[in-house]
Every structure is written in structure tokens, then in C-alpha cells.
Design a protein around this ligand. Structure first.
Ligand code: CA
Length: 222
């Protein structure tokens, strides 16, 4: 298991790195947000310890960049004591957990283990009346199983994780295709069309709604 530490204070990065290596983890350290955001995209990285306060590109921005490409990567944010607003902001912006500085190493380690465990156990998703197998990339609906190519499975997983919420076209473009700009194509519409056809069952259209000029929403079928 590989852990990326994004921390500008060398003393803290060093202390964390030594402790985690002693527990058998592979550790990489990024000293600023720019490097952190880049290194976190390496598929070998299983978890990120992310300092909230970084010079230049700060923790929240690093997280936003990482989330566009790796929505399910466990990220534990390290925040200063008492910065309640920061903690809420961290969780709102997609951190999976946070630890307040100063912290006991054992507490951090427990949280690292918990995050890695729950990430490893996520092999399927259930939302609306769909079950998606993330390993085999198959979707099950009304007892019928459909295989999905990677992008379609990623798109469906994103809609399922946000069940009941409207996902905008821009959000889907960045989460599934990694675009940080609008490429001016109708690719999202096309892929939603593929999913709808594959998930439709006799008398029961796929439960993906279009909200005109806003986006798409997965919801319980009526
Ligand atoms: Ca810092």
C-alpha cells in the first residue's frame, strides 16, 4: 500500500514518513500542492495525507484537482486545531476524513487503516434499482446483467454515488473524462444515451433523468 504525504513542513512530513514506513507502507512525500496534485494521480497511490495549509496551491485546491480524476481515492486532510470552518470546508470539498494537528501518530494510523479498509471493500455500488459491480464492470437491473465498457461504468458509478442529486455536464466531463474545460462535444449526452439503452428493461426505462440545460440525475424509478 502506497501513501502520499503532501506537507510543506519538513519536520512533520519526516515524522509521518518514518512512522508509516515502520508500519510497512510505501511512502512518497510532496513538499507543495503543485507536486502533490500531480503525484496523487499516480494509480499506485492508495491514500493521501493532505495538509490543509500549503503555500501556493492549498489543500482544498489540491483536493479539487485530485477529485476530478480520482473520485474514490481516500484523502485524509490535516488541519490546525480549532479551525472548524476549515474542517467543514475540507469534508465538503471531498476529503474522506480529517485529523486535527497536533495529533497522536497512533490516532492517525488508525484512521489510515480504516480508510484503506473501506476503500478496499468497495467492490460494488447500489443505488436506485441498479447494482454495479466495480470489479467486473457489470450492471444489474431487474435480474438482468449488462456488461459496460470502462467510461460507461465510470459514468454510471458517478451518477450512483450522487443518487438523487443533479450532476452537471461539466462535473461529469471532469469526473469521468478528466477534462478541466468544456471540449465542446456532446460526449456526455452520447454516453448517457448508451447507458439508458443498456439499462432499459421491458416496461421500465433507465432511471436517469435529463434536467434540460442543467444535467442528469439518477433516481428511484417511479
Ligand atoms: Ca502547512
Amino acid at each position: 500500500m502506497k501513501i502520499l504525504i503532501v506537507e510543506d513542513e519538513a519536520g512533520i512530513a519526516d515524522f509521518l514518513g518514518r512512522g508509516l514506513r515502520a508500519e510497512g507502507y510505501d511512502v512518497e512525500v510532496a513538499g507543495d500542492g503543485e507536486a502533490g496534485a500531480r503525484l496523487a494521480l499516480d494509480p499506485e497511490v492508495d491514500l493521501v495525507l493532505l495538509d490543509r495549509m500549503l503555500p501556493g496551491v492549498d489543500g482544498i485546491e489540491v483536493l479539487a484537482r485530485v477529485r476530478r480524476v480520482r473520485p474514490a481515492l481516500p484523502v485524509i486532510m490535516l488541519t490546525a486545531r480549532g479551525e472548524v470552518a476549515d474542517r467543514i470546508e475540507g469534508l465538503d470539498s471531498g476529503a474522506t476524513d480529517y485529523v486535527t494537528k497536533p495529533f497522536a501518530f497512533d490516532e492517525l494510523l488508525a484512521r489510515v487503516r480504516a480508510q484503506l479498509r473501506s476503500a478496499a471493500s468497495e467492490t460494488s455500488l447500489e443505488a436506485a434499482d441498479i447494482r454495479l459491480d466495480l470489479i467486473g464492470r457489470t450492471a444489474q437491473r431487474d435480474g438482468e446483467t449488462t456488461e459496460l465498457p470502462r467510461r460507461e461504468a465510470d459514468l454510471l458509478a458517478y451518477l450512483m454515488r450522487n443518487e438523487g442529486h443533479v450532476c452537471t455536464r461539466e462535473e461529469l466531463l471532469s469526473a469521468v473524462w478528466g477534462y478541466d474545460h468544456d471540449p465542446g462535444t456532446n460526449i456526455v449526452q452520447v454516453y448517457v444515451g448508451y447507458l439508458r439503452r443498456k439499462l432499459a428493461r421491458p416496461g421500465s426505462p433507465a432511471p436517469i433523468e435529463t434536467l434540460r440545460s442543467v444535467g442528469y440525475r439518477l433516481r428511484e424509478p417511479r
